[in-house]
Design a protein around this ligand. Structure first.
Ligand code: PMP
Length: 453
């Protein structure tokens, strides 16, 4: 089909996620046609390095034959099996067992979803059920962190703390509360790690005192905040927040939808702080985006309490596509790749990425460079000393994204002038160097833009 007809059909019929519908109608869709490794090709033949792995999800990279073969085999053999009525499929069972083996501590029970938003939504339901089962139904207040992202489901979007997900949607609900982020670059207490940890601990304690520990169900964190602009907490931040929750009998939920499956080095980011959460949510890298799937991990204690609470009654939570066998087969193929060198390659490439981004720190527009492993960001400012953000009225995110695109690079350009990086873990040295080089070119052009300076 001719590209212009596709653009017209898209404009007329396809509603795009998280976008201004009117702006999109004006600018039109960019159609992607194929991909291999870390390189995308659009419908006009333009080649681009994918510095964002789709939507921080294609951890294994594009065109992995073993994943395609696993999916094809499963589609032929058994394309669907419900988990209802006590039924199941081999790939789903094997994937759950392997994940339990890989997960920290006693996170031995896995509930499969279709993605991250319904994984978060599932935790909200499980957590309420858990506290009911404990005989503490008054524990129904939820806390999360400013700049956090926990999906866009009806309930989860209220744990998310980004204005576009709230305005006009009637969230957050009155049982959803926030504490400030650790955001080191713009933290009022400064950037010293211990000062940041102390401030976060104090904020959580104050919120607990305000609401009453006996009313608080759970606390949600991302080990590194992703959609809020890749905000990396200091080492031990997670551990300190976990300790406060433990002391107060508050369930601790680690949302590893982005940070899981080697994105920041180990299989799961929690491992780095030696934290075993009560729940862990994952998606994205689980199937590397080849097919949709998410997974909620729960600890032995949580699982047993829910199971005992229900006794012989059915626990009414489930989807037609929970534990989908094709997704599970893809998940198994991804784990094979991760375990056979891909995570190791990601760690190596991550070091090169961080080094490359740090080499941009002296660019006049770069105020901050941050990240861990293959998850990073640079924050742009017009005045480094004052940390002045780029002028919002010039729509810098759109301009920078477009410029990078023309330079053959896909990055995430956040509205506040933060550029996000999450390349596939399969990146070669040349891929990483290309990402850095094209970023530098994009920054130099942005510096020349009279509307931005
Ligand atoms: N949690 C986090 C931390 C995420 O980054 C995302 C997606 N970016 C989600 C939840 C929601 O996942 P999904 O888009 O698959 O619904």
């Amino acid at each position: 089909m001719l590209i212009n007809s596709l653009i017209e059909l898209d404009r007329a019929h396809l509603v795009h996620p998280v976008s201004s519908y009117r702006n999109h109608e004006t600018s039109g869709v960019r159609v992607l046609r194929s991909a291999k490794g870390a390189t995308l090709t659009d419908a006009s033949g333009h080649q681009l390095l994918d510095g964002f792995a789709g939507l921080w999800c294609v951890n294994a990279g594009y065109g992995q034959d073993s994943i395609v073969e696993a999916a094809t085999r499963q589609l032929r053999e058994l394309p669907y099996a419900t988990g209802y009525f006590g039924l199941g499929s081999e790939p789903a069972i094997r994937l759950a067992a392997r994940l339990a083996e890989l997960a920290p501590g006693d996170l031995n029970h896995v509930y499969f979803t279709l993605g991250g938003s319904d994984a978060i939504d599932s935790t909200i339901r499980f957590i309420r059920y858990y506290h009911h089962a404990e005989g503490l139904p008054q524990k129904d207040q939820f806390i999360s962190v400013e700049q956090g992202y926990h999906g866009s489901s009806t309930a989860g979007s209220g744990l998310t703390a980004l204005p576009a997900f709230h305005v006009g949607f009637g969230v957050p609900y009155n049982w959803q509360h926030k504490i400030p982020s650790h955001y080191a670059y713009r933290n009022p207490v400064g950037s010293h790690p211990q000062a940041i940890i102390d401030a976060s601990v104090a904020a959580l304690r104050a919120k607990i005192a305000e609401l009453g520990a006996d009313r608080i169900a759970a606390f949600y964190i991302e080990p590194i905040q992703g959609s809020g602009g890749v905000l990396v907490p200091p080492p031990s931040w997670l551990k300190s927040m976990h300790a406060v929750c433990k002391e107060n009998d508050i369930l601790f939920v680690a949302d590893e939808v982005i940070t899981g499956f080697g994105r920041v080095g180990p299989f799961f980011a929690c491992e780095e702080d030696d934290v075993v959460p009560d729940f862990m949510t994952t998606a994205k890298g689980l199937t590397s985006g080849y097919v949709p799937m998410g997974a909620v991990f729960m600890s032995d204690r949580v699982y047993d309490t829910i199971a005992d609470g229900a006794g012989k009654m059915a626990i009414g939570h489930g989807y037609t596509y929970s534990a989908h066998p094709v997704s599970a087969a893809v998940g198994l193929a991804c784990l094979d790749l991760y375990e056979n060198g891909l995570l190791e390659n990601g760690r190596k490439a991550g070091r090169r990425l961080m080094e490359g981004l740090r080499s941009l720190a002296d660019h006049p527009l770069v105020g901050d460079v941050r990240g861990r492993g293959m998850l990073a960001a640079i924050e742009l400012v017009t005045d480094k000393h004052r940390k002045t953000p780029l002028p919002a009225q010039a729509d810098p995110a759109r301009r920078i994204f477009d410029r990078a695109w023309d330079n053959g690079l896909v990055i995430r350009a956040f509205a506040q002038g933060v550029l996000g990086y999450a390349p596939p873990l399969c990146c070669t040295n040349d891929d990483i160097d290309g990402i850095i080089e094209r970023t530098r070119m994009t920054l130099d052009q942005t510096l020349e833009d009279p509307d931005i300076r």
